[in-house]
Design a protein around this ligand. Sequence first.
Ligand code: UDP
Length: 261
Amino acid sequence: MSIAWAGGGSVGEEKESNWRVLGVRVDVITMEETLARLAEFVAEGTPHHVVTVNPEYVIASRRIPEFRAALEAADLCLADGFGLLWAGWVLGRPLPERVAGSDLLPRIAQRAAREGWRLFLLGAQPGVAQRAAEMLRARYPELQVVGTYPGSPAEEEAPDIIRRVRVARPDLLFVAYGAPAQDLWIARHRDELAVPVMMGVGGAFDFIAGVAKRAPLWMQRIGLEWLHRLIHEPWRWRRMLALPHFAARVVAERFVGERAW
Ligand code: UDP
């Protein structure tokens, strides 16, 4: 269902989000409002899919209809990338702030420790989710991580992974299989998984476990996180062509309208 918090609206007041960039929905919501929304999802108990939209997602969604459908069906679409904020500025519809999955995960862990929410960390290289769980537990000793498992997004592994998740009964499931695989996987299995909050988190476990280094704050603030990743993971260059593609399309949307795509 396409729902979102109204920009400055109070918690509890929902309305249809009409913020779109190149046709992809992004919910107008702050980090604090996101945490409140997740608390509601946990209380409701039915499955919810949270997606962290960045320029690569937007471009990929134009190529992969199943991914586009997954984003459209998501319960919450967060503005993960700096590029989204930039697009808001170019299009004259500013977003309140960036809500990056990598920033959100530690905030959720903090809240989860307080509220008794149960977390499951799925994906990343063997041992990484386990290490991330240990780091989070060291910071928030009350935190309940009820499962970690590397697995893979391969469909033949899905029944086993789903069984593991169901036995653990988490309130929140974080999936690190990279985009778009992680969100396609959640969308395909959301009803069988039956977890109140399911979210693809990309490299977040790697950052928390210390396997990968996130860009320094100053680079994040001026929109150069992509450059840091490119320097450390040069094989990403092809994927990153999505960034200039996105920028050119946004500028075209600004001057020609949505027909530009
Ligand atoms: N990953 C995985 N299985 C896969 C592909 C990726 O576990 O088949 C993990 C990878 O180890 C990393 C995470 O997915 O921890 C995110 O990868 P990436 O940084 O490419 O994601 P992005 O945030 O760029 O989408």
